[in-house]
Design a protein around this ligand. Structure first.
Ligand SMILES: [Zn+2]
Length: 457
């Protein structure tokens, strides 16, 4: 029997542990996992030397914003998916807030076809759900949506049909999510109370960098979370709390989960690696919503990563344009937030593994296996067991290097300023999709897409 690839000499990382093993790949899938050296003599087309390296599954990132169509100035399909291929995100799951937004089966299919034509990596799509589009929720599931994003409050062009005006709409949307058995993502920050605080700060002449996080304290997150939890508890809906930053809100959500409510808690790498001191220093270049929190809060976040309260890490990859950053320099409330994070998620978190904050096995659960399970695309994605797609990330845990914004593939490198010059230990060396090498040391080795596959549940 002939194999396409043998990955030899590495240590295979799964949620169960780390063990020395060799991987055999055939037709884009993991064909077998064998003990070190026991594949010698087999008929193999190519041998990859992984000695000294960790072999991880590709990331399934449930939180990726790519603006195309309609907001290409932030990120387009080519730049965004090249960033994914460089960083080891082999299955980005794309948010629906493009223009026009995805809120029907027709638009979901059109977006899937766009990505199939241009994407450098496999992908999955989120549909859109809101008060106006409750009737389109089921059809989007049938068309291949792995879940949905919904917004509470403020209207923007890219949110048309994705908005819930209050708890009545949230009720209808979560009720429907239970029927179609797909998760619905909600951003938890209470707009009205944050507006009171923001207006007061502006009245007092405060538009400086620190005013941003003062206007959005942690209680706005817990305040927004509780109604969602109550409605999920009542309707049986599958609630997915995106980019959570407040330990109190997460402890409350965990209490509901322990009592049977279907709730998943996501945080992002930036809440684990940066703090409000970075916002005070960098303003719009460290501006995210919810805002970065205090160093004390960041410490608590790591406890929640290690005790299982936080059960997903997604990037919230969302670069902003240079114009937005310039506006934010003058008035932080007029700046545009967002960071490009797919190229930095592994190096920033590998550095934390090296500091002893958490384990590689835990991160494989939080970034690969669990998101694939939540999106119902496991075990094709999110794991390296026989039969799974051979999406592999080879990592050198010992290499120290500096991140640089101008070597990123994201369309807005300027937006990656917070990472620029950061010294990290732990590097993504090679990224494979279905057995094809996509990148080496963060540089793409393919000039054209290898043929992206749209992954449906
Ligand atoms: Zn987001």
């Amino acid at each position: 029997m002939r194999f396409d690839l043998l990955v030899q000499g590495g240590s295979l990382v799964s949620t169960e542990g780390i063990e020395k093993a060799d991987l055999l790949v055939r037709d884009g899938k993991i064909a077998a996992i064998v003990s070190p050296g026991s594949a010698d003599g087999l008929d193999v087309s190519e041998v990859v030397d992984a000695s000294g390296m960790m072999v991880l599954p590709g990331i399934v990132d449930l939180h990726v914003h790519i603006g195309e169509p309609g907001k290409e100035q932030k990120e387009d399909v080519v730049t965004g998916t090249k960033a994914a291929a460089a960083g080891g995100v082999t299955t980005p799951v794309i948010m629906p807030n493009c223009v026009p937004p995805v809120n029907s089966a027709e638009r979901l299919i059109a977006r899937g076809e766009l990505f199939e034509a241009k994407s450098f990596v496999d992908f999955a799509l989120l549909g859109g759900a809101g008060g106006e589009s409750v009737d389109q929720i089921a059809e989007q599931a049938d068309a291949g949506a792995v879940g949905y994003k919904s917004y509470v409050g403020t209207y923007r062009e890219e949110r048309k049909g994705l908005i819930c005006q209050g708890t009545g709409d949230i009720y209808r949307v979560l009720e429907k999510s239970a029927e179609v058995d797909r998760f619905i993502g909600y951003h938890c920050e209470d707009g009205p109370s944050a507006k009171v605080l923001r207006d007061r700060l502006i009245e007092a002449g405060r538009v400086d960098f620190r005013a941003y996080h003062e206007s959005r304290p942690e209680f706005t997150e817990s305040l927004a979370t509780v109604p969602l939890l109550e409605i999920a508890r009542e309707t049986g809906g599958r609630l997915y709390l995106v980019h959570m930053s407040s330990p109190w809100a997460m402890d409350v959500a965990d209490m509901y989960r322990e009592n049977g409510t279907d709730v998943t808690i996501e945080t992002c790498p930036h809440y684990l690696t940066f703090t409000d001191e970075d916002t005070a220093r960098l303003g719009p270049y460290a501006q995210v919503a919810p805002p970065l929190r205090s160093p004390e809060t960041m410490e608590l976040m790591w406890d929640l990563i290690n005790d299982g309260t936080i059960d997903i890490i997604g990037t919230d990859h969302a670069p902003g344009t240079p114009d937005e950053k310039v506006r934010g320099q003058k008035n932080i409330f007029e700046g545009g937030g967002g960071l490009p994070a797919m190229e930095t998620i592994w190096p920033t978190l590998l550095a934390e593994v090296n500091r002893g904050r958490t384990t590689l096995e835990n991160l494989v659960w939080l970034m690969c296996e669990h998101p694939a399970r939540v999106a119902d695309i496991y075990p094709r994605k999110g794991t390296l067991i026989p039969g799974a797609d051979a999406d592999m990330v080879l990592v050198d845990l010992d290499e120290t290097y500096k991140l640089s914004a101008d070597s990123m593939y994201t369309k807005n490198q300027d937006s990656g300023t917070i990472f620029d010059g950061m010294e990290v230990t732990g590097r993504v060396k090679m990224v494979y999709q279905r057995g094809h090498l996509l990148s080496r040391d963060g540089k793409l080795v393919v000039e054209e897409p290898i043929g992206a596959q749209w992954i449906r549940p």
